[in-house]
Design a binder for this molecule. Structure first.
Ligand code: ADP
Ligand code: MG
Length: 354
């Protein structure tokens, strides 16, 4: 038995994934870009976690950092990533290769960048099965066919001999899911898996990921800029801003009692059915923070409608809310006297302006 198989078959107590004070920065001409800046969280087996935040908040770098998918050159990384009881932050490339696909796998936003354009679908699905699971060519083809059936691709047999470019966007994303599922990972990362798809196909793909998670007792980390996407598809939600985790709660709790004005602003930026398509009427004003020189105090303070002096001076730590699994980083959260007073003031200004 290989060390990897021993590790995965060992009964390990505690969470599937424990990330502690993870930091990832890139050395650039402008200075050190601190893309992930002290993120900690845990994820239990079989659970799904949504990571949500504006574009540029560090979601992709966080996911890739956990998987060890970032090139070492020009990258500074510290902290701890314990997966199935094993510290994986400093694994060598060959050790990481054993983890990829088999233990953790990833679905990307654009399947065309990860699918091989010159290899038939069946062959691509079969490669991992042969390498990781030691299957024969015939077994790999039979399993590839079953995977395509699992992800409900029409005419699966025909697809085995097609190339990615011959298929629709939704079908390619299903193949990416089949590919990610092929070696039975314990943890699946889905990074904006539906952003490039139209709304109906989006829902189908998210349902499919959820179904695969339940069938396989797999954990899922669903990364998206759209709070609406994770609402019905995750057990918990972590909100990122400027490289930091700023709020985390079980999904139901987050939607019923969000604390961060930033989370509230993200919620307000979800496009409504009645909005003209592809418009965002309530974008958050201002720009995301500079990750080379982030603002002092709370990183959201320059854009926050509820900002007070303390917010510009003192960085709020993650604090506990009423619910034991709810944390947030804000001095004057939603529902606090300062927030309520300012909300009333803003409403009055709006009426006055009419
Ligand atoms: N290789 C890199 N070199 C320098 N900066 C990077 C690199 N990769 C990502 N970044 C920066 O890190 C920040 C977070 O990026 P990313 O994780 O892709 O955001 P998100 O996925 O939330 O949209 C961005 O400001 C981005 O410009
Ligand atoms: Mg991203």
């Amino acid at each position: 038995m290989s060390p990897q198989t021993q590790a995965s078959s060992r009964q390990v107590d505690g969470p599937l994934l424990k990330v502690t004070d993870l930091r990832t920065a890139f050395r650039t001409d402008r200075g050190l870009v601190k893309s992930v800046d002290g993120v900690s969280f845990t994820l239990d087996r079989g659970k799904s976690l949504g990571i949500v935040g504006e574009s540029g908040s560090g979601k992709t770098v966080l996911s890739r950092s956990i998987m060890g998918l970032l090139p070492k050159r020009n990258t500074e990384r510290s902290g701890s990533v314990v997966f199935e009881g094993q510290e994986i932050i400093n694994l060598s490339l060959s050790e990481r290769r054993k983890v990829w696909g088999k233990e953790m796998s990833m679905i990307f936003q654009d399947p065309m960048t990860s699918l091989n354009p010159v290899m038939r679908v069946g062959k691509q699905l079969g490669e991992g099965l042969k390498i990781h699971l030691g299957m024969s060519k015939a077994d790999a083809r039979a399993t590839a066919l079953r995977l395509l059936q699992d992800v409900r691709i029409p005419e699966p047999e025909k697809r085995l001999d097609q190339y990615a470019f011959e298929l629709s966007g939704g079908m390619r994303q299903r193949i990416m899911i089949a590919l990610a599922m092929s070696c039975g990972p314990t943890l699946l990362f889905a990074d904006e898996p539906t952003t490039a798809l139209d709304v109906t196909v989006q829902a189908q793909i998210l349902d499919l990921i959820g179904e695969q998670r339940r069938d396989r007792n797999m954990s899922v980390i669903l990364v998206t800029h759209d709070l609406g996407v994770v609402a019905g598809h995750t057990d918990e939600i972590a909100v990122m801003y400027g490289g930091k985790l700023v709020e985390k709660a079980p999904t139901r709790v987050l939607f019923s009692s969000m604390k961060m004005p930033y989370t509230e602003a993200l919620l307000n930026s979800i496009p409504k059915i009645e909005d003209p398509s592809h418009t965002r009427l309530h974008v958050i004003p201002g720009r995301p923070p500079d990750l080379v020189n982030p603002p002092k105090g709370c990183r959201f303070s320059p854009r926050c409608a509820f900002v007070q002096d303390r917010c510009r001076e003192e960085e709020p730590p993650l604090m506990s809310a009423e619910h034991p699994e709810h944390v947030y980083a804000c001095w004057y959260p939603v529902g606090s006297p300062v927030h309520r007073e300012r909300t009333a003031q803003l409403a009055a200004e709006k009426v006055g302006a009419l």
